[in-house]
Design a protein around this ligand. Structure first.
Ligand SMILES: Cc1ncc(COP(=O)(O)O)c(C=O)c1O
Length: 388
């Protein structure tokens, strides 16, 4: 017996190796400052938990329609419509087990084997493998250094071929925290229109916006060609509830639902009821308080990092990551992965190396940690760099 070609092409998650080291160090009694986390450290707010508990107690524990309960599809349509300033119909919404599943279904629904998908680097770790699962090819486009990782049509244009089918936009971005403004998004939409590409717009960090405001290709001219992806995980502190959605053209959404009908059926029923409470109150004080706490952490982290000479950080307008250039501290030929391993081993600070995001030399630090940990972790990094 042999693994299929499809599965053989999938890379194991780049962060798994690091996690194994973290677990081992913790088991040995080491105190680890974990800047590698990709989730809010806040508990799910009480009003969302209560809705989940009420669903269990009220007997909402059976299958729902594949694309989600009619109430939740309507509520997500209203939430997305209100936030993006457009009308959205419930038939344009499919509820999935997390944004990850929504993305995977979207690529499967949109790509034929051999199609190409433009993927700006640095990119979130799972996109290349999700695209490859659909037997399509991720075409990684790294903007030139001076553009500070902000992708423009000029960078993408040389990579367009007759097989190019789509473009991924992830704003606010994991790992850089880049947030594209309305003008930048409009230019990317024009580019997609000129080449008749669809756009996958991953807006999972939609509430983590610290300067400027969220601009979505779904809001304007790009609406027809955009599949918007988001969910509860980050903005509602609900990573474990596994609840996300895709919104867009009803025929694509219908295709994704057909796929889901034979794979996952519906997203967890209890989580769907929790989601209903969440999206009906997206500005709940508990959520606002979480975002404020992140704004404060961001300030502290940026200030402390700024005190270390030789480090350069991409301006983090959104999400909860800092993407930092460590190249001045790497020995010639040294992989960022081994630098991050030594930082973890010697100083107990966990970070994610840029190789995972397609840009070696850079390191991602998540500031989803307490202020005390942020300060301690960054001074440990400073100590580590002194001996380099
Ligand atoms: C950019 C991006 N998209 C999607 C996801 C997946 O989110 P979910 O938990 O909803 O599957 C993540 C999680 O790390 C992410 O960073």
């Amino acid at each position: 017996m042999m693994l299929s070609q499809r599965v053989r092409t999938i890379e194991p998650s780049a962060t798994l190796g690091l996690n194994a080291i973290i677990q081992k160090l913790r088991a040995d009694g080491r105190d680890i400052v974990n800047f590698s986390v990709g989730e809010p450290d806040f508990d799910t707010p009480e009003f969302i938990r209560a809705a989940g508990i009420a669903a269990i107690e009220g007997g909402q524990t059976r299958y729902t329609p594949v694309p989600g309960t009619p109430d939740l599809r309507r509520a997500v349509a209203e939430f997305v419509g209100a936030e993006r300033g457009v009308e959205v119909a419930p038939e344009e919404v499919v509820i999935c087990s997390g944004a990850k599943q929504a993305l995977t279904e979207a690529f499967l629904a949109l790509c034929d084997p051999g199609d190409e998908v433009l993927l700006p680097a640095p990119y979130w770790v799972s996109y290349p493998d999700e695209i490859r699962l659909a037997e399509a090819t991720p075409v990684v486009v790294t903007p030139p250094e001076e553009s500070r990782f902000r992708i423009t049509p000029e960078h993408l244009e040389p990579h367009v071929t007759p097989r190019t089918a789509g473009l991924i936009i992830n704003s606010p971005s994991n790992p850089t925290g880049i947030l594209y403004d309305a003008e930048e998004i409009a230019a990317l939409v024009d580019f997609a229109e000129a080449h008749d590409l669809w756009i996958i717009s991953d807006e999972i960090y939609e509430r983590f916006v610290f300067s400027g405001s969220l601009a979505s290709p779904f809001s304007g001219k790009g609406r027809e060609r955009t599949i918007l992806i988001s969910g509860l995980s980050k903005s509602f502190a609900c990573t474990g509830w596994r609840l996300g959605w895709a919104v867009g053209d009803p025929s694509i959404i219908g295709g994704m639902s057909r796929l889901q009908g034979h794979t996952a059926s519906n997203a967890c029923t209890i989580s769907q009821y929790a989601a209903l409470a969440a999206v009906r109150e997206p500005r709940h004080p508990d959520l606002d308080a979480m975002i404020e706490a992140f704004a404060e952490r961001r300030e502290v982290a940026l200030k402390r990092l700024g005190e270390i000479e030789g480090l350069d950080t991409v301006n983090p307008e959104g999400a909860f990551y800092l993407y930092v250039d460590f190249r001045r501290f790497l020995a010639s030929g040294e992989a960022t992965t081994s630098f991050c391993e030594s930082l973890l081993d010697e100083k107990g600070v966990a970070t994610v190396p840029g190789e995972a995001f397609g840009t070696p030399g850079w390191v991602r630090l998540s500031y989803a940690r307490s202020i005390e940990e942020i300060e301690r972790g960054i001074s440990l990094i400073a100590d580590h760099l002194k001996v380099r």
